[in-house]
Write a protein that binds this ligand. Structure first.
Ligand SMILES: *Cc1c(COP(=O)(O)O)cnc(C)c1O
Length: 407
């Protein structure tokens, strides 16, 4: 597919100072936009041309220029270029959400008759897109357990076109051996795509590890303020970039310039926010580990986590999203635990400034065995960690009181 050098692991502990400068400066040079620092907000459908010759030739600019609102304005291209630079210097296509980035990228690489391998721990809507849409379009989809990654070469068929990855896995946080997987796939001429929403390019650069397409829900950490939705698809391969850009157009995928503006604004503070999400996440995980009701913490940054060694080798940090298993909860017990939280909020999505606590049930959709306990997902926000611990402590006190009164 490409003649890039063999993938290399990143150097943990290198520090993120380089990324701090990169996120604050990513995007067009201010003097190229009248001295304004953030890229101005351009909304458009129609773009006008001076001559009929330019108009007739406009599609030559599809991949690099502003030719029609559907394909992005200056605001869109500024964010796309900034994210591409952070992911390792290739090109980027933006879509309306992380979910549409996933469906667009997959639609760009597989067709009827192809075999697609997908890690079993993918984000739920990714799984549904594969099972409900790709299968109906004649793609043969097969899920593999994250622990089977070393046996991946045995799963490849002559018709295998692509392997879809997510590390850590959604809800259960398993870490994949990305360099080993991409090496196997490259040797077999199979494309790899990876969801990089959890780490962002600040903590993991999948393209450096040999992944062909890195996908992100910029709705989460990059936006950071729970009020905008954007998906990004990055690749170092120009042919793949063009195919993805074409596919986005065929499906009518457009990233809103207003949301691109907000996400670019959020990007400026990504490095400082992630450091705090990480610190709060570690502190909460360590506090939870000491609670008698907690069976197991799912956080690759903890030394006892099965994915810890791979995480240390490949990632430069942990974001603030992790999980923990408790003893199973009855409906009343779940209400006692979740319904009276004062700082944590109950809600989908994550990556914003606010802490979230939600029950998670990955078991029914996955093919591979899960812990039968109650799984809770924590998003550590930017609040004071003491306030967060107090809130959690009260939830455990309510749960204990209820269990005691029932005993
Ligand atoms: C939320 C999420 C997405 C989807 O992003 P949206 O912008 O909400 O569509 C994709 N992947 C992962 C891992 C996510 O958590």
């Amino acid at each position: 597919m490409t003649d890039r050098p063999a993938p290399q692991s990143q150097n943990l502990g290198e520090g993120l100072e380089d990324m701090a400068t990169a996120v604050t400066h990513a995007g067009p040079e201010p003097r190229s936009q009248g001295g304004v620092l953030n890229p101005p907000l351009y909304r458009a459908s129609t773009i006008i041309y001076d001559t009929v010759a330019e108009y007739m030739n406009r599609h030559a600019g599809l991949y690099d220029e502003v030719i029609y609102g559907l394909y992005g304005t200056q605001t869109t291209l500024a964010l796309a270029d900034a994210l591409a630079a952070l992911e390792g210097g290739g090109r980027c296509v933006l879509t309306s959400s992380g979910t549409s980035a996933i469906s667009t990228a997959l639609a760009a690489v597989v067709k009827a008759g192809d075999h697609l391998l997908v890690v079993d721990t993918v984000y739920g809507p990714t799984r549904k897109f594969c099972e409900e849409v790709l299968c109906a379009f004649g793609v043969e989809v097969e899920f593999f357990a994250p622990g089977d990654a070393s046996a991946l070469s045995g799963l490849l068929r002559p018709t295998t076109r692509a392997v879809y990855l997510e590390s850590p896995g959604s809800q259960t946080f398993e870490i994949l051996d990305l360099p080993a997987i991409t090496q196997t796939c490259r040797a077999a001429g199979v494309l790899t795509l990876a969801d990089n929403t959890w780490a962002t390019p600040l903590y993991l650069r999948p393209l450096d590890l040999g992944v062909d397409v890195s996908i992100m829900s910029a709705t989460k950490y990059v936006s950071g303020h729970s009020d905008a939705m954007i998906g990004s698809i990055c690749t170092l391969d120009d042919g793949l970039y063009r195919r993805i850009k074409d596919t986005a157009g065929r499906w009518g995928q457009r990233a809103s310039p207003d949301d691109c503006y907000l996400v670019h604004r959020g990007l400026r503070t990504l490095q400082v926010r992630l450091e705090r999400h990480e610190r709060n996440g570690f502190a909460l995980a360590q506090w939870l580990r000491a609670q008698p009701e907690v069976r197991r913490i799912l956080h690759p940054g903890l030394p006892e986590d099965p994915g810890h060694d791979l995480w240390r080798r490949d990632f430069r940090g942990a974001s603030g999203l992790f999980g923990f298993y408790m003893e199973p909860l009855s409906g009343d017990q779940a209400s006692a635990f979740f319904d009276h939280l004062e700082i944590f909020r109950l809600g989908s999505s994550w990556g914003g400034y606010e802490s979230l606590l939600v029950p998670a049930w990955p078991a029914p959709v996955r093919r591979h065995p899960q812990d039968p306990g109650a799984l809770v997902r924590v998003h550590a926000g930017l609040e004071s960690v003491e306030d967060l611990v107090t809130d959690l402590e009260r939830a455990f006190v309510r749960l204990r009181a209820l269990r005691k009164s029932a005993a």
